[in-house]
Design a protein around this ligand. Structure first.
Ligand code: FAD
Length: 311
């Protein structure tokens, strides 16, 4: 959801705009024969009020060059499974969509293997600052009692960030926001996904066709780490507006994850705290969308640090 972002200025929009450009390059570089990575498009957002519809109309005026198109009210599908009610119209974003997360992870693993990245599957227990000179070094103490000494470290530990940074004198509180997701198995076999986009969003709930007879639905927004059955039920019924074929669907899979949301600041946190201590974390709801732009920022910071330490 890069191009449907509501604001058109400021850091959050700039990050999204750049990341959407970079995703094209990333996909071209990451895809393999086994994992032909693609973004399934388009994405459609249905408005749930006049106010939301007028915000969408404004976005459409500003971003036609980025592939936005207005969906008129009452226009619904001609065939296939019915959409939720479309009283106010919506926005079609031809360049936004969905990437298969498992395929993406496999492609990333393949790429880091090709680059001979040394992976260490241990937890970092503590980080020590080794000197106060320009050539500062950082010692990472690992859970297998070994340690590593490095000139530059990048902390991208989301909810584990505070524990690592507090002893170094920094406060970056990050709150957990739980999200539940459902894979629904549809009882009705008589219809299909004709006229469905790759992602349909209604009142903040994303509906993603998954194979011939399944639908992914997500995600709840629940502050804390507790998964509430009430929040799940509300999502499944789409706050009372779910079409019958969704209400009657059975739950094939159900899972949840924690998003790290920075307290008192906007996500994400991209900051160099001192020479060689870089943090890139707290991406909250957009860590996948913003991965390329975060990586690009980190790479620039690493090169600047290396340049300055060699002067
Ligand atoms: C249900 C759900 C749906 C989402 N949908 C989307 C979406 O559609 N689009 C999107 O862009 N984003 C989405 N997100 C958000 C996205 O998943 C996150 O923004 C992203 O995962 C953040 O990545 P990260 O690497 O910064 O943090 P995390 O994924 O939280 O990873 C942090 C990692 O650091 C490790 N770690 C912590 N402490 C230590 C330590 N001391 N030593 C070693 N390792 C440590 C943790 O084990 C963890 O693996 C969704 C999230 C959820 C939960």
């Amino acid at each position: 959801m890069g191009h449907v972002f509501r604001r058109s200025s400021g850091r959050s929009w700039m990050l999204r705009k750049r990341s959407m450009e970079l995703w094209e390059e990333w996909i071209a570089q990451l895809k393999t024969k086994e994992n032909p990575l693609i973004v399934n498009k388009p994405l459609i957002q249905l408005a749930s009020s006049e106010k939301e519809a007028s915000l969408m109309a404004k976005l459409f005026n500003d971003r036609q060059d980025l592939g936005l198109e207005l969906l008129p009210p009452s226009r619904t599908i001609k065939s296939g499974r019915s959409w939720p009610e479309n009283h106010y119209g919506g926005l079609i974003s031809h360049q936004d969509g969905r990437i298969n997360p498992i395929q993406l992870q496999q492609c990333l693993l393949h790429a880091i293997e090709k680059c001979n990245v040394h992976k260490i599957c241990e937890t970092v227990i503590r980080v020590d600052r080794l000197s106060s000179t320009k050539d500062r070094q950082w010692r990472l103490h690992l859970s297998d009692s070994t340690s590593l000494t490095k000139q530059i470290i990048i902390i991208c530990a989301a909810l584990g960030t505070e524990k690592l940074l507090n002893p170094l004198g920094y406060r970056f509180p990050i709150d957990p926001i739980l999200g539940q997701v459902l894979k629904l198995e549809l009882k009705t076999n008589d219809n299909d996904w004709s006229d469905w986009p790759a992602v349909l969003c209604y009142e903040g709930i994303n509906l993603i066709p998954d194979g011939t007879n399944c639908l992914l639905m997500g995600a709840t927004l629940e502050p804390g780490t507790y998964a509430s059955s009430k929040a799940l039920e509300q999502m499944k019924s789409m706050n009372g507006s779910a079409p019958d074929w969704i209400r009657h669907a059975s739950i094939a899979e159900h899972w949840s994850g924690l998003r790290g949301r920075p307290a008192n600041r906007t996500a994400p946190i991209l900051q160099t705290l001192e020479p060689g201590l870089i943090i890139a974390t707290g991406h909250y709801r957009n860590g996948i969308l913003l991965a390329p732009v975060s990586a690009e920022w980190v790479a620039k910071e690493v090169m600047t640090t290396e340049r300055e330490s060699s002067i």
